[in-house]
Unconditional design. Sequence first.
Length: 411
Amino acid sequence: MKLLLPGAALASLLLSSEAWAEPSCTTITRENVAMCAVSASLPVRAAAFATTARRADVERAKVLLPSNPILALSFAGRRSTDDSAFNAYGQLGQELELGGQRSARTKEARARVVASESHRSAAEREVAAEALAGYFEVLAAREESVLFRRVETLALRVADTARAQANAGAVSEVDADVGEAQAAKRTHARIVAEGHLAAAEVRLARLVGASGTTVPAEGSLRPLALPARNEPSPRVAALTKEAEALDAQASGLARSRVPNITVSVFAQSDGFRERVLGAGLSLPIPLPEPLGRSRSSEIAGARAEAERTRAEAEGVRIALAREADAFQAETTALLQASAVVDDARAARAEASLAKLAEEVERGRMHARDAFVAQDALADLLAQRIAAKRAACIASVRLAALRGVALERGTP
């Protein structure tokens, strides 16, 4: 048994390591981002080791005998004025449990294994939600960076045209200075957007365990499908199983008050050539507290802790359900807001934005009017990106609150 336990634990760890290495994470997509993050997460790996240790506790709890047999040997020499003799004594004793302690220990250990697995599932879900949110942050920051880079290019063209017109005396020098100030404003916005993108890419790379500071990410800002109902939360399941383990612990403590008997056999050879064979039975005498140790206080403490853990599990369940119901309306509103500017309307805005510099260059629009129009169109497109980002991240949060298994793939 002792030789099998380390081998089983090692095999479990090796299998776990293989499972962590499964997903291909060279390019991050909506489908693999959660799995890659879970595979690279050290808290998830630590939780897996904790589960392996709990499984070893189950094997220990299944041991049949509470202690190893005890072999006692003694020898003595007897001498008198008339004679001398040599005595030899041997005794073999074995302690036995009669109160069902083994079944209680096994039940407690199994409940703790399930609780540990639920803790690991909860850790995986938190990591998956964080990775999905980071993935959407990268996509949104990338779209925003592309938009502001395009706006900056157009603004510089308009500013250059205004300066050329001012040099030719067609417009005031003030118009040229305002144009250059507006272009500088767009350059500032582009630099800030690129900084946000770089930071988001670094965070995502760290989450998925990439070796570099960035990792290729593909996809679009499309929110997760909204869950229809609450699924069982692994956090609640873990607390429930911990409470069951505490109940089993209290039961085991109660059963431990049943005295264990020790059965023994003995053989004796004395100096008078007598051979004695026999058997014995020993039984400890329980005494009440505080004179002896009846474990009453430990039992009461374990049962109280079980009730506290049950109450905590119910509180977590109610809190998650209440927060999910409250966040449902907000998420629905964010989804509606993200659809205000549809693809067709966004395409028209982008087309108009691209024409502004040409309109100024052809003299059909004043530079100041072009910048006003550019602000309106760019704000519309930036607001669309922000709305889509908010809707995507809200859908991730709602899915996590509803108990959706995000670590297994996105709906």
